[in-house]
Design a protein around this ligand. Structure first.
Ligand code: UN1
Length: 507
């Protein structure tokens, strides 16, 4: 057992957090987390845990549940608010570790932590709301109401691309609603996940309320999904992982909330402010090196302005500075790993073979220090057809497609023409077209005159079609994921009253 999570990184071995303590895995096996800007740098070593380690975490969460459920919600919220303040004080440290673990540029890493701070403040506010409902009864002297109750132990499975923000979207609303948690973070970003858990505990969570276990999907993720004491799984990740977990949860009649892939698009109409649209498309396509589920991977442009837009967009793409995210001069960092780098680059070959025009980029960068990391050139394809794989499949890297269309109607049709439905955007100055787009775009998030990334935590976040299974994270809907409804009737008439009958059968 180690007392605290050490602030130094490197050869340090980090353990699981179970029942309020840092505990060694029974396996003694570890895996390393590398800096994708320089693969020679090891960020730390982490437990490759076993199903038994996971079971110990579920035991702890299960044991802590009754006490946490009975803790008044405003009191639970005080702890979350305190965590917001600690996150604020450690924002820079978390952001820097995030850059070292997954590569996003420092400004964006600060934004990631800020999103968790925002969520902590928002979730803390829920402690004095957690709204239920009261409705009139059809009978006299009878009271009807419904209250929210926590589900129990929640299994939280998160990706590496928003390693603090996404865990916060799941864990903080779940906690304020009275649930306990077993958290399996992505293996590319375990360190910042641990620091987030450390902060929650420093804020005063009782032992067992939040537990963290690192390791593989098969040895940790799967038993977490299978354990009958885990009442709900909340997962963000690839469509393939989500489908597999959702299938298993279906068999077990277990609640599951999935946040999966996207193939988001910006539409630029002939009346749009072209420079504004170029700014937005650049940020949407290459922010976080395109590794957001909200990333702009298609730019659908009215044919009248296609040439001008393409020239301006490519010129701006060429100016982007690529390099280590810790250097504030850089605009785009590495992708998360070698495997991701190769996967992204394979789409460049696919695009070329499909006949798309490579307007810029396409290479893995190996000049100087970049050779040590996982850097991919920001890449722009032109004349992309809606049926091409690069226009249909989620690439999750700095690759975007320019797609000419003849009019507004075709733009909407192309934007809607994928299996996903997370985030779509329309650039136009025409108010009628803007509202038509709001109505017709098939996605959980719609932007007007702004790119597809940059959702704020006070509105529901999630998508339609294959992006998810109908749930929404964040906003007031966050609580819905993690609570059951209990409907309550109190009859104070002193006699048996029969609903649906007495009122109609007379005396
Ligand atoms: C994600 O990519 O999984 O809207 C989350 C955005 C961010 C969250 C992205 N606030 O781009």
């Amino acid at each position: 057992m180690t007392k605290t999570l050490e602030k130094t990184t490197g050869q340090q071995i980090y353990h699981n957090y179970i029942d309020g303590k840092w505990i060694k895995s029974e396996t003694g096996r570890t895996f390393a987390s590398y800096n994708p800007a320089n693969l020679e740098e090891v960020v730390g070593h982490f437990a490759l845990s076993s199903p038994n380690d996971l079971k110990a975490a579920v035991d702890a969460a299960h044991k802590a549940f009754p006490g946490w459920k009975k803790t008044p919600a405003p009191e639970r919220a005080e702890i979350i608010l305190k965590a917001a303040h600690i996150l604020e004080s450690r924002k820079e440290e978390l952001a820097r570790n995030m850059v070292r673990e997954m590569g996003k540029v420092i400004k964006e890493a600060r934004g990631d932590v800020q999103e968790a701070i925002d969520m902590a403040k928002y979730a803390a506010g829920e402690g004095r709301r957690l709204m239920g409902m009261t409705v009139p009864s059809e009978l006299r002297n009878k009271f009807a109401m419904a209250v929210r109750v926590p589900i129990g132990v929640i299994g939280v499975i998160t990706p590496w691309n928003f390693p603090v923000a996404i865990p916060s979207w799941k864990m903080l609303p779940a906690l304020v609603a009275g649930n306990t948690i077993v958290f399996k973070p992505a293996s590319d970003t375990p360190l910042v996940a641990m620091q987030f858990v450390e902060i929650l505990n420093e804020a005063g969570l009782p032992p067992g309320v939040v537990n963290l276990v690192t390791g593989s999907g098969s040895e940790v993720g799967q038993p977490l999904v299978d354990d009958p004491r885990v009442g709900c799984i909340s997962v963000t990740g690839s469509s393939e992982t989500g489908r597999r977990i959702a299938g298993r949860c279906g068999e077990l009649m277990k609640r599951i909330t999935c946040e999966l892939g996207g193939k988001n698009a910006i539409c630029v109409m002939d009346d749009a402010d072209i420079d504004l649209a170029v700014d937005g498309a650049l940020w949407g396509s290459f922010g976080t090196a395109g590794q957001r589920c909200t990333a702009t991977s298609r730019i659908i442009v009215h044919q009248k302005i296609y040439k001008e837009f393409a020239e301006k967009f490519v010129a701006r793409t060429k100016e982007l500075k690529i390099g280590d995210g810790l250097d504030p001069k850089n605009d785009v960092g590495p992708v998360v790993s070698k495997a991701q780098l190769e996967s992204v680059n394979s789409y460049v070959e696919i695009g070329k073979a499909e006949g798309a025009k490579l307007l810029f980029g396409g290479r893995i960068l190996t000049d100087g220090a970049l050779a040590k990391g996982c850097f991919h050139e920001p890449t722009v394809f032109g004349d992309v057809k809606p049926t091409m794989r690069i226009a249909q499949e989620e690439i999750f890297g700095p690759v975007t497609c320019l797609m000419p269309v003849k009019d507004f109607e075709e733009a909407i049709k192309v934007a809607n023409g994928t299996e996903y439905g997370l985030s779509l955007s329309m650039y136009t100055k025409d108010i009628n077209r803007a509202f038509q787009a709001i109505e017709e775009l098939e996605s959980g998030i719609v932007y007007i005159n702004a790119p597809t990334i940059g959702a704020e935590i006070q509105l529901p976040f999630g998508g339609v079609k294959q992006t998810g299974n109908g749930h929404r994270e964040a906003g007031p809907t966050a609580i819905d994921q993690f609570t059951e409804w209990k409907s309550i009737y109190v009859d104070y008439s002193g006699s048996l009253q029969k609903a649906q009958i007495d009122k109609y059968e007379g005396e």
